[in-house]
Ligand binder design. Structure first.
Ligand SMILES: Nc1ncnc2c1ncn2[C@@H]1O[C@H](COP(=O)(O)OP(=O)(O)OP(=O)(O)O)[C@@H](O)[C@H]1O
Ligand SMILES: [Mg+2]
Length: 318
């Protein structure tokens, strides 16, 4: 089985300001703002939906290939992904742009001022699936430059490749027509509950029509778990109780990575969902989307502390 993951690649620069923004913003001077906040801490985290999903797939023993555009500042990130088993040979370096970057400054009241620089991600249409030499078993289309997402849908349809459509937060940026294009004929669809409602609104399709247009649909419900609509049935998936919740960033991506790994191994729907749930729990327990670690064997051992797989997960640890 070979899987290609497309999606944004980004660095997240997270800063914390030891004061309150509101004490420095003068309401009567709003037409002339020039503020600089001296921050206490800054971390740079590896993120972006493409590498986040690929990272979990690789932790669980898959050899995913990442298709994305990156800047010359990707070198260190590339080495990190490669050392974890993600194949980055299909990434395209855009010499004149930085890797997409998210800058967020958070104050003591948890207020946030942030900026997202698309950088190399804005060139994502340059990373085409048409240049693939071998046909993958599955392509994951996760949030990215909206034009590129639509292009990947078109390419998968033209090349007869199964694709998992994961519009996630880009539901608000992609047109209704493009969303319908993505949903119709998708091998699978992954969204959270809120995005599922927006998807219905923007496409004008009912929940039943959306579910009926895809091979299967997974709607995640945060702390309430997830529901899988497949083969005319509905499967409820519980959460795996995390030891603690340090940071939810990347939890949806980790869930997808876990689910897809189990799916590609041929496991049943409920097991796919539960593998996704544990992969998500690991992500919740650390700060940053790719700071957690486990071997497949450790994963299976922990899985059995809460769930019963009837020995079927031996295939994962093999
Ligand atoms: N509080 C939680 N406790 C345990 N598991 C959780 C919790 N929140 C999320 N999860 C797990 O992660 C999965 C995906 O969560 P969620 O629906 O929040 O995704 P999301 O909204 O796409 O997240 P994001 O986009 O912020 O990464 C859930 O189905 C569940 O298995
Ligand atoms: Mg999400």
């Amino acid at each position: 089985m070979s899987v290609i993951v497309t999606g944004s690649v980004a660095y997240d620069y997270l800063m914390s300001f030891p004061g309150r923004f509101k004490e420095h913003i003068l309401p009567d001077r709003l037409d002339n703002i020039s503020l600089s906040f001296l921050v206490d801490t800054m971390v740079r985290q590896r993120g972006g939906t493409g590498p986040n999903i690929a990272f979990t797939l690789a932790l669980l023993g898959e050899k995913p290939k990442l298709v994305a555009t990156v800047g010359p500042d990707f070198t260190e990130y590339r080495a990190w992904l490669e050392s974890h088993g993600v194949d980055t040979s299909l990434t395209v370096v855009i010499p004149e742009a930085f890797t997409a970057s998210f800058f967020a400054n958070t104050d003591q009241d948890n207020n946030q001022i942030s900026s997202f620089y698309a950088g190399a991600m804005a060139y994502a249409t340059q990373a085409s699936l048409r240049s693939l030499t071998a046909k993958p078993d599955l392509v994951i289309i996760s949030p990215n430059d909206p034009k590129a997402m639509d292009q990947y849908v078109t390419e998968c349809k033209a090349l007869g490749i199964r694709y998992l459509y994961d519009p996630s937060q880009q539901v608000v940026r992609v047109s209704g027509e493009e969303l319908r294009h993505g949903v119709e004929g998708a091998h699978s669809l992954f969204v959270n509950k809120y995005e599922f409602e927006l998807l219905q609104k923007h496409t004008g399709m009912s929940a039943e029509q959306i579910i009926g247009s895809t091979g299967f649909t997974v709607v995640t419900l945060g702390g309430e778990g997830a529901v899988i609509y497949a083969e005319g049935k509905e499967y409820r998936v519980p959460v795996f109780r995390p030891k603690e919740i340090l940071d939810p960033t990347g939890v949806g991506d980790a869930f997808r990575g876990g689910f897809v790994r189990a799916y590609l191994l041929g496991l049943d729907w409920e097991l796919c969902g539960k593998v996704g749930a544990l992969a998500a729990a690991y992500c919740l327990e650390t700060r940053g989307p790719q700071e957690h670690a486990y071997t497949p064997t450790e994963f299976v051992t922990r899985f059995r502390q809460q769930f019963d797989d009837g020995g079927k997960l031996n295939i994962l640890a093999a």
